[in-house]
Design a protein around this ligand. Structure first.
Ligand SMILES: [Zn+2]
Length: 75
């Protein structure tokens, strides 16, 4: 998959090819159709969010199409 990756704080994102994810138990894989960028992403970009570890693919306000389903998903 292609992704915009944060490799260093306050640096431009790099468009990279990453391994395709596998759906975890109880989860799914989405083909992202659109993704918002918010102030939380900006805080991550600056390095101010201690939960963000590099490299990091920003974006948590997305929508998409389910393309794979993990074990235990029933609906
Ligand atoms: Zn947000």
């Amino acid at each position: 998959m292609r992704a915009a990756v944060l490799q260093a704080w306050r640096a431009p994102l790099a468009i990279e090819t990453l391994d395709d994810p596998a759906p975890p138990p109880g989860g799914v894989v989405l083909r992202v159709l659109a993704c918002g960028v918010c102030r939380s992403d900006w805080h991550a970009w600056t390095g101010a969010d201690p939960d963000v570890i590099l490299p990091h693919v920003p974006g948590h306000e997305f929508c998409g199409e389910v393309v794979a389903v993990g074990p235990g998903v029933t609906r």
